[in-house]
Design a protein around this ligand. Structure first.
Ligand SMILES: Nc1ncnc2c1ncn2[C@@H]1O[C@H](COP(=O)(O)OP(=O)(O)O)[C@@H](O)[C@H]1O
Ligand SMILES: [Mg+2]
Length: 395
């Protein structure tokens, strides 16, 4: 049997992630895949989109379609409560105040990790062909995606304290929970997170898809997300461009103006995300609710392509260290050769090659470095960043 596929939608709140995830799921089920669509967003709206009640276990909606809304907080309480208490105890023993220890014991993003672990395990046990994740808003999701490393670091630090701290702590911990159990849980969790990262960065298994609207702020956030996904090695295979005004709707001055503004952003979106495929969904003049509406959206979006299959392979950008320089490489296969001009402002990089322009949000490491040189060769743009300019030199 083929490996399970995991499709994750990201985007700013309100862009249409839930609708897109549900529509993709309906389409996948129509194509014959055993499909689960699952929401991890605390503010669930998947049940609303599917127009059917959902619970924390997969609910069967049709022959090959299941829906689920995970209660993240419940998950955390079940699998994480013990560890949190344990961390808090260790931190208190290190002289941390009660409140600070409690606070530090909560690893940011842990909730989402726990729910992704749950999704992964369940997908295997229930033999789903594809699991579609209606993810939380971009910022949190990107943070969560960087979590495996952070978590491992955190866990290993706490583990390191163990030989010395453990003796003193053990009676204390024992009073609350059996220590062996905690160590086991921590080990299992660390292993789980490692496997999870493997799954989430395997381009044959996981595909991240950005959902955008032709609007300025939405676009900015999607650029940021795509930069971080690329940086941490999470494969993006496409962009859903939702809420495109139909060209024939441009009647009346107001609609004409709005359509014109959208046209500008459409061009920018294609420049920004090429060579990723971009799937367009019109702005419907009605509510989208229930399986038959979602089927219509899914068909309009994907037409004759199979949305379960990987739609793009390869890196959209790559950062490497060469000597003291960082090199950012971006394939731009459809761009004509031309003079490269470069402007860097804070964490934004504006690139122009002939008629083509791309605005890029840089990761922090590059944002603090001067862009030294840019060249466009063999369809690849290469930008070099020097060491950070230090104002005062300590010696
Ligand atoms: N292409 C579209 N045309 C019309 N309404 C849409 C479209 N996409 C989404 N909507 C509506 O917009 C609202 C927000 O969409 P939703 O998918 O819940 O966004 P998100 O999950 O990103 O917050 C919902 O009421 C949904 O029905
Ligand atoms: Mg949503």
């Amino acid at each position: 049997m083929a490996e399970m596929r995991l499709i994750l939608y990201l985007g700013k709140g309100g862009v249409g992630k839930t609708t897109t995830a549900a529509a993709t799921a309906v389409r996948a089920a129509e194509l014959g895949y055993r499909t689960l669509v699952v929401s991890t967003d605390v503010a669930h709206s998947l049940a609303d989109a599917l127009d059917t009640p959902l619970g924390p276990l997969p609910t069967k909606l049709s022959e090959r379609l299941w829906g689920q809304e995970i209660n993240v907080l419940d998950e955390v309480r079940q699998h994480w409560g013990q560890l949190r208490d344990y961390f808090a105890t260790l931190l208190r023993r290190k002289g941390m105040s009660e409140v600070a220890a409690e606070e530090l014991a909560i690893i940011p993003g842990m909730e989402e990790i726990v729910s992704l672990l749950h999704i992964r395990r369940q997908a295997r046990e229930d033999n789903f062909d594809v699991v579609i994740v209606d993810a939380a808003p971009t910022g949190e999701t990107v943070r969560l995606l960087t979590m495996p490393e952070t978590f491992q670091w955190y866990a290993s630090r706490v583990m390191d304290w163990e030989p010395t701290t453990m003796k003193a702590v053990r009676p204390l911990v024992k009073a609350m929970i059996p220590a062996v159990n905690v160590i086991d849980t921590l080990k299992k969790l660390t292993e789980g997170v490692e496997e999870l990262r493997e799954t989430l960065t395997d381009p044959e298994v996981s595909s991240y898809r950005l959902v955008v609207n032709p609007e300025r702020m939405v676009l900015k956030e999607a650029q940021r997300a795509s930069t971080y996904l690329a940086l941490f090695g999470y494969p993006i295979d496409g962009v859903v461009l939702n809420r495109v005004l139909p060209a024939d709707a441009a009647e009346g001055a107001f609609m004409q103006e709005l359509t014109k503004i959208q046209q500008g952003y459409l061009q920018q979106i294609y420049d920004t995300f090429a060579p990723l495929p971009i799937w367009q969904s019109p702005h419907y003049a009605r509510d989208i609710r229930g399986v038959s509406d979602l089927s219509m959206v899914g068909n309009a979006l994907f037409k004759n392509i199979d949305p379960v299959k990987v739609q793009f392979r390869g890196k959209t950008q790559e950062i490497s260290l060469q000597g003291e320089e960082y090199v950012l490489r971006m394939p731009l296969p459809h761009v004509e050769l031309g003079k490269v001009s470069l402007v860097k402002r804070g964490d934004e990089l504006f690139v122009e090659i002939g008629n083509f322009r791309r605005d890029l949000i840089l990761p922090t490491t590059l944002a603090e470095r001067p862009a030294r040189k840019a060249q466009f060769r063999d369809g690849v743009l290469e930008v070099r960043f020097g060491p950070p300019e230090t104002e005062t030199k300590a010696d």
